[in-house]
Design a protein. Structure first.
Length: 225
């Protein structure tokens, strides 16, 4: 939270505690300085070391920085803004103008009346996705952009080249990929490839003859399953 935001929140809090009706009416600038949020009784809450720091933040507020207040007359606001842009702002500018009114703008006022933001709270960026739309029996499935993004991501990963899940050597169904698999959970076949009974070369399920020695292997292959 910046010094300016802290100053504005303190101004709103003091008014809400003492005279809430004044939150929605123009405030004489001298009242802001002298009675609503005087430096001496608010410097610790404002975290400002000197009265010059206080007046500099007040000058920024009245000049329109942050669009937190509306300063009237406009000539006074323009004078504050011009002084703020100078290399060495003259804080006596407050004593050179009279009858300055400060009105709290509605949107910043509403935010200041709410809870103070927690500086230690983790940042949570707004989600770009709509919540999942449940399927309703008898109706078409929800459109693709309304599905849960986590489910979409999981499906995409499973379908990417090189990321295909292991399949049963016999029935072709998908096998679990998070643990060792010795037998297919669907057909019950053992997942070790059969061997040729003559030369012990590895053969594929369904082959009738060994490609290395030509031996008949169809019966042996079914015996190993």
């Amino acid at each position: 939270m910046t010094d300016l935001e802290r100053f504005f929140r303190r101004l709103v809090a003091n008014l809400a505690a003492s005279d809430p009706a004044r939150l929605h009416h123009p405030l004489p600038l001298e009242d802001v300085q002298d009675s609503i949020i005087p430096y001496r009784s608010n410097r610790r809450a404002l975290n400002l070391e000197t009265s010059e720091d206080y007046e500099m933040v007040l000058l920024r507020l009245c000049a329109g920085e942050g669009d937190l207040v509306r300063t009237e007359p406009e000539e006074a606001r323009a004078m504050f803004a011009e002084e703020l842009l100078s290399p060495n702002p003259d804080l006596d500018v407050f004593r050179r103008v009279e009858h300055v009114l400060v009105s709290l703008r509605p949107e910043p006022l509403a935010r200041a009346l709410g809870p103070e933001p927690d500086p230690d709270a983790p940042f949570a960026p707004p989600s770009r996705f709509a919540p999942p739309v449940p399927a309703i029996p008898g109706l078409d499935p929800p459109p693709l952009d309304a599905l849960d993004p986590l489910e979409l991501e999981a499906d995409t990963i499973a379908d990417e080249p090189g990321e295909t899940a292991p399949q049963c050597l016999y029935c072709g169904d998908r096998l679990p990929s998070d643990r060792p698999v010795r037998f297919c959970p669907h057909c019950g076949q053992r997942q070790a490839p059969p061997e040729c009974p003559q030369c012990h070369s590895e053969i594929e399920p369904g082959w009738r003859h060994c490609v290395s020695c030509g031996a008949l292997v169809s019966g042996e292959a079914s015996d190993r399953s």
